[in-house]
Design a protein around this ligand. Structure first.
Ligand code: NAP
Ligand code: ZN
Ligand code: ZN
Length: 348
C-alpha cells in the first residue's frame, strides 16, 4: 500500500495530531479504499480518551467511512477500482460461529474486530481507523452505497445509522406505535428519522431547548424537554418503545414510568458511568431495559439500501481534519447539527 497517514491520539490526555503508519496490501478477498469522508462518532471521543478502559495507542479513530476503491484482490466480486465503498464499526470476525453464520458478525463468539484499536486477525497489527487517507478491508465487511445519496452525509449511517435502525427494526417500531428517542445527537437524529420513516408516532426527548424546531423538522410529532417533570409526566404509561442514545451519565427514572406495561427501553448510548435506575420503576409495569450494538453486515447493507430508497441521510457539518480537536470539544457541549464529518481531502 502507499504510505498511510492520519490523525492519532498518542495517549488519553493528548490531542489528535498527524501520524504516519503502514497498512498491508489487500489480499485476495480484500479491497483498499481511499477514504473520502469519515464521520465523527461520540465513541471516537470515548475511545481516544480511554473512557471505556480498552484504548490502545497510538490510536487513529474513525468508523464511519466512505471511500473510493483503489485496489481489489483477485477474488473480490462486489467491488472494482473506482467504486464507492463504505466501512463501519467492525472489519472482521471469525466468520464461522453461529452469529457470524447468520450475518450477525457484531455478536461473533470470538469477538468481532473493531475498525480501530483492535488486533487485526490477518496480520496481528493494531487496526487504525478512518481518520486517515486509506483503509484495507475484506469485502465481506464493506458495503455498497446507493448512488443517489450525498457521500459525506452517508458516512454517519455506518455507525449512527445502523445503531438506531437495528433496534427500531428488532423491536418492531412502525405504524400505531408510540416511540421515544432520548437525545438529539448523531445517533438520536438518525433514530428520529428512521422511526418517523417507519411510520411510528415519535416523541423526541432532549435537554436542549434550542433543538426543538429542528426535531420537529426532522420528523418528531412531539418534542419533550426531559428536564421538565410536568412535561414528562404527561406521557406516563404511553410508550411502546424508548431508545436511549445519551452519551453522558444520566438516570433512567424519568423515562421508565413513561413505558406502557411490558414495554422496553433500549440503551445504545455508552456513557463512561452506566445509567442508574430504581428497580421499582421496572416492576411496576413489567418493563424491560435492553441494549443493542450496531448491526450485522446484511442488516447494515439493508439499512443503506433503505436510505437510498427513502432518501435518508445524516444532517452533517463537514470539517477539515485539522478541526478535529475543536470538533471533539463542541461534541461535548452538544454543539453539532447533528454529525461532524471529516472531508479527508483536507489531510493533504
Ligand atoms: P452525540 O452526538 O454527542 O449525542 C449525544 C446526545 O446525548 C447529545 O446530543 C444530547 O442530546 C444528549 N446528552 C449529552 N449529554 C447529556 C446529559 N448530560 N444529559 C442528558 N443528555 C445528554 O453522541 P453520539 O455519537 O450520538 O453517541 C451517543 C452515544 O452512543 C455515545 O455514548 C456513543 O459512544 C454511543 N454509541 C453506541 C453504539 C452502539 O453500538 N450501541 C454505536 C455508536 C455510538 P440533547 O442535546 O438532545 O439532550
Ligand atoms: Zn460510532
Ligand atoms: Zn464469529
Amino acid at each position: 500500500m502507499p504510505s498511510s497517514k492520519g490523525y492519532a491520539a498518542l495517549s488519553a490526555q493528548s490531542a489528535l495530531a498527524p501520524y504516519a503508519f503502514a497498512r498491508r496490501d489487500p489480499g485476495a478477498t480484500e479491497i483498499a479504499v481511499e477514504v473520502l469522508y469519515c464521520g465523527v462518532c461520540h465513541s471516537d471521543l470515548h475511545m481516544t480518551r480511554n473512557e471505556w478502559g480498552n484504548a490502545i495507542y497510538p490510536m487513529v479513530p474513525g468508523h464511519e467511512i466512505v471511500g473510493r476503491v483503489i485496489a481489489a484482490g483477485s477474488g473480490v466480486t462486489r467491488f472494482k477500482a473506482g467504486d464507492i465503498a463504505a466501512i463501519g464499526v467492525i472489519v472482521d470476525s471469525c466468520r464461522k460461529c453461529a452469529p457470524c453464520s447468520i450475518g450477525e458478525e457484531h455478536f461473533c463468539d470470538e469477538g468481532a474486530t473493531l475498525t480501530y484499536a483492535a488486533p487485526d486477525l490477518v496480520d496481528g497489527s493494531i487496526t487504525m481507523g478512518g481518520y486517515s487517507n486509506n483503509y484495507v478491508v475484506d469485502e465481506r465487511f464493506a458495503h455498497t452505497v446507493p448512488a443517489n445519496l450525498n457521500m459525506a452525509a452517508v458516512a454517519p449511517l455506518l455507525c449512527a445509522g445502523i445503531t438506531t435502525y437495528s433496534p427500531l427494526r428488532h423491536w418492531k417500531v412502525g405504524p400505531g406505535k408510540k416511540v421515544g428517542i432520548v437525545g438529539l445527537g448523531g445517533l438520536g437524529h438518525m433514530g428520529l428519522k428512521f422511526a418517523h420513516s417507519f411510520g411510528a408516532h415519535v416523541v423526541q426527548f432532549t435537554t436542549s431547548t434550542k433543538k426543538r424546531e429542528d426535531a420537529l423538522k426532522l420528523g418528531a410529532n412531539e418534542v419533550v424537554l426531559s428536564t421538565d417533570p410536568e412535561a414528562m409526566k404527561a406521557h406516563t404509561k404511553s410508550f411502546d418503545f424508548i431508545l436511549d442514545t445519551v452519551s453522558a451519565p444520566h438516570a433512567l427514572d424519568a423515562y421508565l414510568p413513561l413505558l406502557k406495561q411490558d414495554a422496553t427501553m433500549t440503551l445504545v448510548g455508552l456513557p463512561e458511568v452506566p445509567p442508574s435506575f430504581a428497580v421499582f420503576n421496572l416492576i411496576a409495569r413489567r418493563a424491560s431495559i435492553a441494549g443493542s450494538m450496531i448491526g450485522g453486515m446484511p442488516e447494515t447493507q439493508q439499512m443503506l439500501d433503505y436510505c437510498g430508497q427513502h432518501n435518508i441521510v445524516s444532517e452533517v457539518e463537514v470539517i477539515r481534519i485539522d478541526q478535529i480537536n475543536e470538533a471533539f470539544e463542541r461534541l461535548l457541549k452538544q454543539d453539532v447539527k447533528y454529525r461532524f464529518v471529516i472531508d479527508m481531502s483536507s489531510l493533504g
